[in-house]
Design a protein around this ligand. Structure first.
Ligand code: OAD
Length: 236
């Protein structure tokens, strides 16, 4: 196959699993421990804000105990060394891509280390707990919520993502179950524009058959291997 000129990468919880962050839908995953409608919807937040703020405070604090793995590092290497266009889109709200060395990451589902003010709608970098209703750094109102996209809300930067999917010649999906739209539909968008599509995942995902090629295994092995292929003189 010809070397790609423009790549869009989508990552999901599977890329952070080997760093020790629970995925959502595996046995014992986050959605077995918590009900989506309680902790990941605007209605759940309106019903019980303490439960929701506590859930995201716990996940934010847990980031201090994990570290990026070789898959994050490999994507950072790709960003540094790939001569073409690259867009790294993640559904993850952790900061492991950044800590692994990626400088340009599009967090379509928001970030744990960001706060969104329900009053002034500004987004601010955020490290602390929110349970005690700290004031918004911009307008001082005690109305901060996690800057995480909940079910029923619009993910960030969809226009930019669709533009990149239309223009790319390779789309790669890493560690995501393909259970949540719109991200689950990116493979079809990319294919419709003529891109080659590759999945790197531990097990077959819901959308595996939509990809030209699917590779099975842990991200910490598959991603560095694939990055090496792309950066080798013959391309991927
Ligand atoms: P899921 O938990 O749905 O899927 C994780 C995928 O990663 C599964 O297909 C696993 O097989 C795979 N996986 C697990 N360990 C892996 C490893 N070491 N290497 C490679 N793959 C591995 O997580 P997401 O697909 O990211 O949204 O979930 C998508 C969205 O659903 C999340 O962003 C979140 C959730 O509800 C919101 O909260 C809005």
């Amino acid at each position: 196959m010809a070397a790609p000129c423009s790549i869009v990468i989508l990552t999901g919880a599977g890329i952070s699993a080997e760093s020790g962050i629970d995925t959502f839908r595996s046995a014992g995953g986050l959605w077995e421990q918590h009900r989506i409608e309680d902790v990941a919807t605007p209605e759940g937040f309106a019903r019980d804000p303490d439960l929701v703020l506590g859930f995201y405070d716990m996940r934010r604090a847990a980031l201090a105990n994990v570290a990026p793995n070789p898959a994050h590092a490999a994507l950072a290497r790709l960003e540094r060394e790939f001569a073409g266009e690259l867009l790294l889109v993640t559904q993850n709200v952790d900061d492991l891509h950044e800590r692994g060395g990626s400088a340009r990451v599009l967090h379509m589902h928001g970030e744990l280390k960001s706060a969104l003010c329900a009053s002034c709608e500004m987004r601010s970098p955020w490290e602390m707990a929110m349970i005690d209703r700290p004031p918004c750094p911009v307008c001082r109102a005690p109305t901060l919520r996690p800057d995480v996209v909940w079910f029923g809300e619009m993910p960030y930067e969809m226009g930019r993502i669709y533009q990149a999917l239309e223009a790319c010649d390779l789309f790669v999906s890493i560690g995501t179950s393909g259970a949540v739209y719109p991200a689950a539909g990116f493979v079809q968008e990319a294919r419709a524009s003529g891109a080659r599509t590759l999945e790197l995942n531990l097990e077959p995902s819901e959308g595996s058959r939509l990809f030209h090629e699917s590779r099975r295994g842990p991200a910490s092995l598959l991603v560095p291997q694939w990055v090496e292929e792309v950066l080798s003189p013959a391309g991927a």
